[in-house]
Design a protein. Sequence first.
Length: 163
Amino acid sequence: MVDYSKKIRIGLIVIVVLAVIAIGIFAILAQNKPVAETNSDLESAVYEVIWNGTDYEHVGIADFAAYMQETKEPILIDFWAEWCSPCRLSAPVIEEMAKTYDGRARIVKINTDYAGPIAQAFGVNGIPHFSVVKDSTVVDELTGYSEELGSILGGKLDTVLAG
């Protein structure tokens, strides 16, 4: 007769060891997730793109909720991350929109790696994600990149500006 109890004990030990290793790896990865912890961190993660007549400026926003309430113009928000290839393709389009809509709309970029709670509040499930906000309310949104991104987002902003 074959004694399987020893093999079962060894198998259980292997499973427990693998589970402990997996939990340890998960804990390490969770600790390394970047999050904005100070106002200066948040200002580099949440900023307005402004056309100054000759170049683009990135002006940090420390209190996004107050910014939303104080802003009378429509706001186009670009939720992005550095590792996201479509986000990098979108960046020049978004900067050009800051020039095109200078004085009529605000263009804001939010790095989801550092300002995750803001992205969650807007229901962002994928990036790049674009929200058009008027009077602190999302009136239109779009997820993803396409070659026609500038005209699509421009159409959304023009609709809000006309209304």
